[in-house]
Design a protein around this ligand. Structure first.
Ligand code: ADP
Ligand code: MG
Length: 255
């Protein structure tokens, strides 16, 4: 199955996006942003600002209440995803790592967890086996391959979640607060892992309120405020030195 996306189109084009839960609880208000291929983007915002909602929309799990989202030059709508060829092409290219690993992991063993996405996409079994071995090695999970994911530590679960997406070999990584709940050493390997994916030309869209990870990983930062508006865009250098912006968006405390 082939679906021809528009050559040279941005990965995501978000225009005047609003999202309300149940038609009344505002989660995103008038968002405009573009993600280019190979870019590392951070969506920076405090709790409840709308980061997870935005990532779910970019993953085609939720759809705009108003405004539009395009992926690879093609409208990312409920109707578009009902088309098998488009759905397959989109799902092959975009991987989503949930904030809560327990919401992501559901298979009886680490090995089966990592096998799930590529098998689902119809990748031949020999190729799937090679991808599983590569993902286990990349995240140093070989010793855990037969363990049930739900019994692992928080950091181990995060590695399994990343491996389960790595085996999909996505062009685009959507990462929802990947450093939340991780100890400092785990945050270091997480930063290394994401940096390697970016170095391989992958596109990264990472939601966080962790200023350290933004500085380490992203080239472009978009700031959401507590009223769900996009209030700033810039390089990490520009955004992180703007103390009044960070205080206003509840990302830093008054000194
Ligand atoms: N399932 C839901 N039903 C109703 N409101 C929700 C739901 N999920 C999130 N919200 C609301 O939408 C807003 C944005 O939430 P969310 O995208 O989860 O923010 P963040 O990920 O930045 O913490 C918040 O005000 C939150 O209370
Ligand atoms: Mg969230």
């Amino acid at each position: 199955m082939e679906h021809s996306f528009e050559a040279g189109a941005p990965i995501f084009e978000v225009r005047d996006l609003c999202y309300d839960y149940d038609g009344q609880i505002a989660a995103l208000e008038g968002i405009n942003l573009t993600v280019q291929a190979g870019e590392s983007v951070a969506i920076l915002g405090s709790n409840g600002s709308g980061k997870s909602t935005l990532l779910k929309i970019l993953d085609g799990l939720y759809f705009p209440s108003r405004g539009t989202v395009e992926a690879f030059g093609h409208p990312l709508s409920e109707q578009a995803l009902r088309d098998d060829a488009f759905n397959f092409a989109f799902r092959s290219r975009v991987g989503f790592v949930f904030q809560d690993s327990d919401a992501q992991l559901f298979m009886p063993s680490v090995w089966e967890e990592i096998a799930f996405a590529p098998l689902q996409l119809g990748i031949p079994p020999e190729e799937v086996t090679a991808r599983i071995d590569a993902a286990l090695a990349a995240l140093h999970l070989e010793k855990l391959r037969d363990r049930p994911p739900h019994q692992l530590s928080g950091g181990e679960k995060k590695k399994v979640s990343l491996a389960s997406i790595l085996s999909l070999a996505p062009q685009v990584w959507l990462l929802d607060e990947p450093s939340a709940g991780l100890d400092p050493r785990s945050v270091s390997w997480l930063i290394d892992f994401i940096t390697r994916q970016a170095g391989d030309g992958k596109t990264i869209v990472l939601a966080t309120h962790d200023l350290e990870i933004v500085e380490a990983i992203s080239e472009q930062v978009y700031v959401l405020d507590e009223d769900h508006h996009l209030v700033a865009a810039g390089t990490p250098g520009e955004i992180l030195k703007d103390t009044s912006l960070l205080v206003q968006a509840n990302l830093a405390r008054h000194k």
